[in-house]
Unconditional design. Sequence first.
Length: 119
Amino acid sequence: MTSRSAGRMFDTAIRTNATRVTGEYAMSSTTKNTGAWLTFTYIFFGFAVGMMVLGIWAIPADLWIKGYLSMATVSMLGAAFTLAKTVRDEQEAKRFSNRIEDAKAERLLMEVGRAASGA
């Protein structure tokens, strides 16, 4: 077997196993949120923002203090969204990396199994 044909075989095995593994993972680890949950999260987010705005408006303080609290609230909200997106992206990257590693390990096991049965 030449190195070129071995490379082609390796690429084909990785693509085939990655597709199969990806399909398995897509069915088992991906969950779809229900409409009720999405509605609850949007309503709760609006409620929390409304309560913060009401609290800042009603606090007995000077206008500059209310402005500072408003800016801090907007900054905190932006940081929370950024953090949530970053954590999600890291989890997706690890899951993809694990799929590739699983495909490589399965390919290796298949080759070892073929070698053992052929020997």
